[in-house]
Ligand binder design. Structure first.
Ligand code: BGC
Length: 693
């Protein structure tokens, strides 16, 4: 290859002026016909192929996929994205957001993530990415690393110690990459410990390429390249989407000059090129070029519906209010903004423009503080409703039943309708988006007072939530049932109706803790620059929660959340009997936990058996860590022996802690206890083991 050919591969070809490439790609590296190297065409695709490309299947939000706790289901989710990417003729996917934004549950991108636990998030992400790459589309994780708040994301400096990082956010990335063989990594806008992620030698060279042996290539979040030669030496392999730093427009020295005068060893440029080409071969981009073809809209829509049916979480169901029976329900009032036309989706680059077109497009609700230089301005985003009407789907489930609608704008009228109906179903939704965080965890636009008014008028009030993450529920004690539907995707209305009427038995479990109050968060107030107009880096202190993200934080602080991690109800009941612990020989290889799981109710259903481990005291580990789980489907009355294997040598390091002195994962001597149950807050001991003399 000539020097020019090498340089051509290490940067994108789009600029601020021409932001969209061939096939509407958001990133484009022109190929080299002389050498048979094809174009690289990048598109977003966290919850379906991104909206710049065209109409695609709007899947439920990624957090709904995580809430299924089902890797097969997650594989199908990734397949839809991979197949549609390929059908658009694109070959690099920019999904894979695996940041643990539960550190900041108001984070506007929580809907794109896979929750708060590094093992659950890492494995669900890996299942997505492997399925995408199985379609010959290069997959990757983002935004590496600690990109856990959107507020001032291009200047926030994540402060965290090495052990805490390795055992939390970095572990999620490690599992996501190792279990999928994904070939790309997008580094983040923010700084980590004072250094921009995309010029961070420790993150890119030492951790990613050194410790994890990552063979693929690293490119920046859009325009996040902090320097030219320095970033390349720190491990950045490609600039995106243009050639501003590497080309020397914003930097004092271009890579071309640096190679010629020796500031950048040509071996490093060769390595950058090698990593890109190798990734293209590994993913099959050379051998299986993407062919533009029609999307399997109905097949993919069916998967979207299935994912939602597996990922919606039933949070409350007093007096068996649900499922509803069409034969006996009598009359139903459906209440809530836009529940007659569609379901809400999340905004920003993960926004999908749904097949069939949006049911509704609204201007965004911008929070008061949204500076996001280099990123999205709130005013350029839209609130898009996917074309799946909950009202129509409920009517279809209950032919002959009086189903009336009120949009909730006037809560007195809505309450009056609820009072004259046997059952009231209120849809509450909270939009969130990339580029901004939520101001708080309350539903906006007086929706909480609407629910309270309806609940006061009707004791059979069911609330369906469409949110990207946790929300507060001040009315919780006064309603009879709550279903967390997340952003439910383009078959969301049908999926929700199937659950409400019992055609589907809910089996989702929370992949993220729902706090009782923002006062309980590690940072009750979202950190902002000081003064607010400053463009200088400012610290976000993640040493407060450290390695204790999500349920680990609530455990350590002794706080009771509104709903715990791992929690979710079913229309049937399960019993977990005879927990047994079988240590491997040697125990440092891992262990097996087995239980007899019985469906003790009268309908078929699925339960997620969860295994947690507590470490020797004094080690600084959280009170418990999720180390394994199994989602089991059981017919009414049936019983099954379930075994969960915890392999100490897999990518999740389940028996180890990060030892800063050894600079590696270490198994400590001492006493361990294994817990098993169906939520992080409902566990019993399966046994103990001892390591060491
Ligand atoms: C987002 C990335 C996205 C990129 C390209 C950025 O604003 O942070 O997640 O992949 O744009 O659209």
């Amino acid at each position: 290859m000539t020097l020019d050919e090498k340089l051509q591969l290490v940067h994108g070809n789009l600029t601020l002026q021409n932001g969209i490439g061939p096939r509407n790609a958001v990133g484009w590296v022109p190929g080299i016909p002389r050498l048979g190297i094809p174009d690289l065409l990048y598109a977003d695709g966290s919850t379906g192929v991104g909206d710049t490309v065209g109409s695609a299947t709007a899947l439920p939000s990624s957090i709904a996929s995580a809430a299924s706790w089902d890797l097969n289901e997650a594989n199908k989710y990734g397949q839809v994205i991979g197949k549609e990417m390929s059908a658009f003729g694109l070959n690099v996917n920019l999904g894979g957001n695996v940041n643990l934004t539960a550190r900041e549950p108001r984070d506007g991108r929580t809907f794109e993530t896979k929750g708060e636990d590094p093992i659950l998030a890492g494995r669900i992400t890996a299942a997505h990415l492997k399925a995408i790459q199985d379609q010959y589309v290069i997959a990757g994780v983002k935004h590496f690393a600690m990109n856990d708040q959107e507020t001032a994301r291009t200047q926030s400096n994540a402060v965290i110690d090495e052990r805490s990082a390795r055992e939390s956010d970095l572990l999620a990335f490690e599992i996501g990459l190792k279990d999928s063989n994904a070939q790309s990594v997008m580094c983040a806008y923010n700084l980590m410990n004072g250094i921009f992620s995309c010029g961070n030698n420790h993150l890119l060279n030492e951790v990613l390429k050194g410790n994890w042996d990552f063979p693929g290539f690293v490119f920046p979040d859009w325009y996040a390249t902090p320097s030219s030669v320095a970033a390349a030496l720190a491990g950045l392999d490609q600039e995106q989407p243009g050639d501003y730093m590497f080309g020397g427009i914003w930097a004092s020295e271009s890579l071309a000059t640096a190679v010629q005068n020796g500031d950048l060893p040509v071996t490093r440029l060769d390595n950058m090129v090698h990593r890109i080409l190798r990734a293209m071969y590994a993913a099959g981009v050379f051998d299986h070029p993407a062919q533009v073809q029609p999307i399997d809209a109905s097949g993919d829509a069916a998967i979207a519906q299935e994912v939602e049916e597996q990922g919606a979480v039933l949070l409350k169901n007093d007096g068996r209010q649900l499922p509803l029976s069409a034969a006996s329900v009598g009359s139903i009032a459906v209440i809530g903004p836009h529940a007659d036309v569609g379901v809400l989706s999340g905004g920003g680059s993960a926004q999908v423009f749904p097949m069939g077109g949006a049911a509704l497009t609204l201007p965004p609700e911008c929070p008061p503080y949204t500076p996001s230089p280099g990123g999205l301005a709130c005013t350029t985003a839209f609130e898009i409703y996917d074309p799946s009407s909950p009202l129509a789907a409920i009517r279809a489930k209950a032919p002959g039943v009086s189903v009336t609608f009120n949009d909730g704008a006037d809560s007195v009228a809505a309450a009056a309708l609820a009072g004259s109906s046997r059952v009231a179903i209120v849809f509450e939704s909270q939009w969130e988006s990339e580029g901004m965080d939520l101001t708080d965890l309350n539903f906006s636009n007086n929706q909480d007072s609407l629910v309270s008014a309806v609940a006061a008028a009707n004791p059979h009030t069911i609330v369906v939530l469409e949110s990207g993450g946790p929300q507060l529920m001040p009315w919780l004690a006064n309603v009879s049932a709550v279903l967390e539907a997340w952003y439910p995707g383009q078959k969301g209305g049908e999926a929700i109706a199937n659950i409400l009427f019992g055609s589907v038995n809910p089996s989702g479990k929370l992949p993220i803790t729902f706090p009782a109050s923002v006062a309980d968060l590690p940072r009750p107030v979202i950190p902002i620059p000081n003064p607010p107009t400053s463009t200088a880096p400012f610290d976000v202190d993640y040493t407060i929660d450290g390695l204790n993200v999500g349920y680990k934080w609530y455990d350590v602080q002794g706080l009771t959340p509104l709903f715990p991690f791992g929690f979710g109800l079913s229309y049937t009941t399960f019993m977990i009997h005879n927990p047994q612990l079988t240590p491997d020989s040697p125990i440092t290889d891992g262990f097996q936990v087995s239980v007899d799981l019985q469906n003790t109710g009268s309908v078929d259903g699925a339960e997620v058996v969860q295994v947690y481990l507590s470490f020797p005291t004094g080690l600084g580990e959280p009170p418990k860590r999720l180390v394994g789980w199994s989602k089991v489907r059981l017919a009414a009355g049936a019983q099954q022996h379930v075994t969960i294997t915890v392999n100490a040598n897999d990518s999740s390091h389940p028996l180890s802690y990060w030892d800063t002195t050894a600079n590696g994962w270490v198994v400590a001597n001492g006493d361990y206890t294994v817990y098993v149950g169906n939520s992080s807050a409902n566990l019993s001991s399966a046994g103990t083991f001892h390591i060491g003399p």
